[in-house]
Design a protein around this ligand. Sequence first.
Ligand code: FRU
Length: 598
Amino acid sequence: MRIQIWKSLLMGGVVACFTLSPSNAIDMDLTIKHLGDGQSIIRSDKTKRYLLLPIEEKAGDAQFYLISDNDVVQTFSIRLAIDHVDYFVPLDISFYDIKKLSFNIRSVPDSAVCWKEIKLSDEFDKTNREQYRPLYHFSPEYGWMNDPNGMVYKDGEYHLFYQYNPYASIWGNMHWGHAVSKDLIHWEHLPVALAPDGLGTIFSGSCVIDKDNTAGFGAGAMIAFYTSAGERQTQSMAYSLDNGRTFKKYSRNPVLTSTVRDFRDPKVFWHAETGKWIMVLAAGQEIQIYSSSDLKHWEMESAFGEGQGAHGGTWECPDLVQLPVKGTELKKWVMICNLSPGGPSGGSATQYFVGEFDGKKFINESAPEVIKWMDWGKDHYATVTWSNAPENRKIALAWMSNWTYANSVPTYQFRSSNSIPRELYLYTWKGETYMASVPVGEVESLRGKAVKKKAFKVDHTYNIESLFSGNNGAYEIEMTVKNVNAKEIVMQLYNSKGDEVDFSYNLETEIFSIDRTKSGNVDFGGGFSAVTIAPIEKQDEYKLRLLVDKASIEAFDGDGKFVMTNLVFPQEPYNSMSFYSKGGKFNVTSLTIYKLGK
Ligand code: FRU
């Protein structure tokens, strides 16, 4: 339907008055004709793979229409450069006959710099240009990424799809990007899996493997569920018979609709006890639960959430997963529920509820006012788990950013990376069941030679000038701290530019904190400059594991009972470490550093 509207708009204005005559073309292969009122049309006779589009992030949104043989075949919004070029993005036009193509653009003044810069090319240079690109966390080669989507395992490959804008490193034009890995650490980038269509852009969702062909697309089909984000949000499906390399959208989409405005992020899984597929999705301030026998027809079973947990923001990206309770034979269901804003340190965060699920209804076992956070940092959002993982592994992945500043973090070529994949389990403490997260074991394969520091005592301060030589900003620190009589145990990572991050165990207030207020570049707004805190128990010994990767620090308590994930943008890697004690002494009984590299 959308395509029809676009077609008629174009017929009325642009296409009708077009005559091809070279005007101010700079790339000699392109002919650009300005039509007044910010409208322009570009044509060429030269066959090349890409049209390279110059982007200025602060420019307003222009509309781009790719027209082939008089039909709109693709359209997106794009911040074409007005004053200066921040970077280029490629539009792959190799599928089309250039002689039948035109590029119609709206809302860009004739004086804009983009007209001089736009060009055809057979190459698009994806070589990394970013100081802050992580080395062992997943990030897109270029463009914007938010939520991880559709994670599923099949035939030896972990698939990761993700919310992707290929036309700028800021949110918009949502597609599903795609990558695969054999070990959850080394990723191979694949072409975009799902692109916007007449029903809308492609918001978050999940994948399942339909082993028994319940949907009729074929046994073992990989089936994706996503939100079609048009004027309203509806749920759609697509299937792949070639291990995710290509998807075909189901011709009777959408498969689920509602009058609720925020109605999105379907997560589907097989519920063996009832022999049905279950879908959980966010609907306003609650999570709706649906069931199906064929993945195409869905029946509402119940809703969860009213009066439960934190409601400081929109509920998004739910997941429902059964986890073992450590040290017992028990398993319990966990409803993961991301919300933004309303997190413990402001903005986006992941909460969860522990309880029972019978295939119809989820019952929270805690009092409704109890709030449980999966990660206490500012940069852990849109967390969901892998489907069909081998050995029944329960592996979660989060987007490592926060909606309050995600669009303005200091990178250009790409924006955002994911957390390290984390294995989940439950444990019981003071009568409540909580979720622990530990980095997947595969991370250890990245370790270089261990640098073991001698044990030392901290009475006031202790300095380690150099963590290890050749520090490129990707490393891991494991330490054990034994308290003697300190009231506060403080560790600091710092560099020669004066950037520092402070980690503290305050034994009087029973709080662990990370202070990134002086961590480097913190001035890009959105409340980035912050101290994040988590409750801890007063103990004689703490184990802490830090995963550092260029622009992120994930702090794991020894067995994952608390995690705190925070971005940092230091001018150079932190290669020094200080220890401070307040009000007494403590001992660092082990300190091991590993360079982490691929
Ligand atoms: C969460 C979210 C989802 C939505 C997607 C859009 O970060 O808002 O609810 O599907 O991002 O990109």
